[in-house]
Design a protein around this ligand. Structure first.
Ligand SMILES: Nc1ncnc2c1ncn2[C@@H]1O[C@H](COP(=O)(O)OP(=O)(O)OP(=O)(O)O)[C@@H](O)[C@H]1O
Ligand SMILES: Nc1ncnc2c1ncn2[C@@H]1O[C@H](COP(=O)(O)OP(=O)(O)OP(=O)(O)O)[C@@H](O)[C@H]1O
Ligand SMILES: [Mg+2]
Ligand SMILES: [Mg+2]
Lengths: 221, 221
């Protein structure tokens, strides 16, 4: 369960202040399948970064499963993220010197799995998103949609409770996007994984159980 | 006019050969508005890179306005690209240390325009794509869709005859995507600028005058 109370996020560029999020009040419960929809520049990525504990708000309170997040215990926050959250970034953020297999394996290196167990899990995820044959390619040796799928596999590989997906289908053709969405809907229904998407894709908005609309940093009805 | 005769492109990864394009025969005439459509990994980016003279084929012949492209005169090729072609890359390829204004100004630095003329043109383009107020932001201080629009403005700023656009609407909301498409359709109709898009977006495929379908590196009907 995630609670946002009066959350504001303001960026500063030199002397200029940019209020990207204004007074956000939002609750997300376990097992939700939420689409965050809004125009370019409206604050979707900023909101996802706060939910994913990647960034901190300028003011307001965030509660994660009843506990207030304080942002001073960096390692505690880090461990919470690694254990519970999977994040698919809008620009993928793959590690250029690692190939697809190694990029997806990365979150598992901090678990107690053996190399053999990791290999089985990584290959299973790569296969789920249709790029197993590409596992030795580095990101620059992959197509845009293949990189996107490496990012998706990496976000799901350690079986997180919450998956935050920033434009997960932007570079995917219709068929591949539908396959990925079905995989996510299955994880949501069978394993109660919460999914929070930022998206412009009407397909995702349509299959979401709930739609949160944002415009100019504010939630709208 | 661009002619592709028996074009093949094979990547090599260590000892493995990856035939990304197989025997492509394609003619594109002046003033066309072509959508290249196909699944993820089918060869769209590879094809666009060859049309834009950014990469060279493994075999086959490319003719640009009747002249065979030979790929040994690097500076001649470079000048042809700069004069005639605008390219919107799938991952934007913005220069991180330059702000939005400077990124869009970059192609004009090699022209005979004065600083004042460049400023007028750059601000006109930034305004056309709706991000004039963001001109001092660096790429990391912009949203995904705002970065995409910087890439679009940069591709159009020097008034190229041919614009190659790799997924130009992937990170744009519906309204912004439509505005950009209208701008491109206007340049096509009023200035006879050729547009070749690679896209998964059904909106773009719908307004294209011609659709080229690709699957597994081959053109299909
Ligand atoms: N540098 C490279 N080395 C090896 N293989 C490559 C390289 N670049 C691309 N490929 C492979 O060539 C094929 C075609 O890639 P391309 O990027 O043209 O596809 P695409 O149609 O643009 O896909 P998408 O819709 O996902 O962007 C893919 O299977 C890809 O993995
Ligand atoms: N580091 C930063 N510094 C300054 N301004 C920023 C920074 N990051 C984002 N912004 C601004 O904050 C606003 C919200 O950005 P955000 O990335 O959340 O939008 P978005 O809804 O994800 O957009 P898109 O749909 O284009 O991805 C935008 O106007 C953007 O320019
Ligand atoms: Mg975004
Ligand atoms: Mg591509």
């Amino acid at each position: 369960r995630i609670e946002f109370e009066n959350i504001c996020k303001t960026y500063s560029l030199g002397k200029v202040l940019i209020p990207a999020l204004k007074n956000i009040n939002l609750n997300i419960t376990e097992g939700e399948f939420v689409a965050i929809s809004g125009p370019s520049g409206s604050g979707k990525t900023t909101l996802l970064n706060l939910i994913g504990l990647i960034d901190k708000p300028t003011s307001g309170t965030i509660r994660f499963e009843e506990n207030v997040i304080t942002y001073n215990g960096q390692s505690k926050l880090h461990r919470l993220r690694q254990a519970k959250i999977g994040f698919i970034f809008q620009s993928f953020n793959l590690i250029p010197v690692l190939n697809a297999f190694e990029n997806v394996e990365y979150p598992l290196l901090l678990t107690k799995m053996s190399a053999q167990q990791r290999k089985k899990r990584v290959e299973e995820m790569l296969d789920e998103v249709g790029i197993l044959s590409m596992r030795t390619h580095k990101p620059r040796e992959l197509s845009g949609g293949q990189r996107q799928r490496v990012a998706i596999a990496r976000a799901l590989v350690h079986q997180p409770k919450i998956v935050l997906a920033d434009e997960p289908s932007a570079n995917l053709d219709l068929q591949t996007a539908q396959d990925i969405l079905q995989l996510m809907a299955k994880l949501n229904q069978e394993e109660n994984v919460s999914f929070i998407f930022s998206t412009h894709d009407p397909q995702i908005v349509k299959i979401a159980k709930r739609v949160v609309s944002i415009r100019d940093g504010k939630l709208v009805n």
